[in-house]
Design a protein around this ligand. Sequence first.
Ligand SMILES: Cc1cc2nc3c(=O)[nH]c(=O)nc-3n(C[C@H](O)[C@H](O)[C@H](O)COP(=O)(O)OP(=O)(O)OC[C@H]3O[C@@H](n4cnc5c(N)ncnc54)[C@H](O)[C@@H]3O)c2cc1C
Length: 377
Amino acid sequence: MAAQHDQADERELLRQTVRQFVKTRVEPQAMAHDESATFNVELLRELGALGLIGVTIPESEGGSGLDATASCIVHDELAYADPGFALGYLAHALLFVNNLNNAASPLQRKTYLPRTLSGAWVGAMGMTEPAVGTDVLGMQSTAEKRADGYVINGRKTFITNGPEAHVFLVYAKLADRITTFVVPRDTPGFSTSAKIQKMGMRASTMCELIFEDCRIPLDNLVGTEGGGITNMMRNLEIERLGLAAMSLGIARRCLDTMVSYAQDRATFGKPLAEHGQIQRYIGESYAKVEAMRALTYNVAATVGPTQRNRLGTDAAKLFCATAAKEVADAAVQVLGGYGYCAEYRVEQFLRDAKLNEIGGGTLEAHQKNITRDLTKR
Ligand SMILES: Cc1cc2nc3c(=O)[nH]c(=O)nc-3n(C[C@H](O)[C@H](O)[C@H](O)COP(=O)(O)OP(=O)(O)OC[C@H]3O[C@@H](n4cnc5c(N)ncnc54)[C@H](O)[C@@H]3O)c2cc1C
């Protein structure tokens, strides 16, 4: 019982720490980075200094030794102010750092963890290819083994943090088996494309990764040859939870904005909050936020480095992605013309929310996974 209290206190402290940081450091820069479509790397380093990059990494490896619930708290709070920045953080902290830590050799831990846990180096992960997204197992990038290392050829696309990253976790087929490699930016044969412009999440950036006879030493194999699918699937679960938590942060922000606006703005001689149709937007949005919170944190409690819950993480992201988009849309509607314009930022949250129906698995991919898992039983 005492241990449970300690854990609850620790999580509350974490939430208050992140909330304070978000208010003073994240909120003030968010609109400018949405407008300029740039990722704030210095802000990521500030999170590193607070120990918030290694939330899921054991203390023995230099992390904070917390868990998937703590990771959700950070993503939820960051997305309340800046979903795009939260996505860049997710790509760094979960897609690179957490993924690497789960399978890395002692040498790889020593080489990459300290630099990426502090944010001195930015990380990214390359799975998707120009011709292969949902059907990821059909990837076409190849790795060939030579006496002194591996040679990678292929192209990855839509890679978050690609333009800024110093180091990449990359999946390629070695003798037709998906395998994970770590590739520093200065590796011969590696390059990146120009930035890819996008609709939302503009405070994070993305580009293609290009491998042309890219030579890496044998030491850059992560885990085992052919072990890439396990790394990928295990990490997709915590990624989906992070995206579900970001959806929750987006929806909380949009709900708060519409509630406040509906009290201040009057039409036909009374506040918007007294019009029944506006009450429907607010009431339904509140119910969605509460459902998102319950589902996301319930599932988070069942996920860990040795604990898998594919069904739960698919369900959390499937539900939360669409619910957040609906709540953001309701906020735009409640604010009318002000909602459609930039000042209150709800139009930005609507653009940002849409990504979570696509990235980290599309809605259709979640529907198929859930049905496959349920019909197997
Ligand atoms: C902003 C952003 C950031 C991203 N960051 C990263 C990153 O950091 N690293 C990375 O590796 N990837 C990243 N991605 C890629 C993302 O994971 C893919 O876009 C996603 O998995 C979908 O793949 P796709 O775009 O190729 O769509 P496709 O697979 O071509 O699908 C197109 C449409 O068809 C549907 N569809 C496909 N197959 C089926 C089927 N069998 N049945 C029914 N419907 C189907 C899909 O659901 C979708 O609606 C990012 C994408 C975006 C937009």
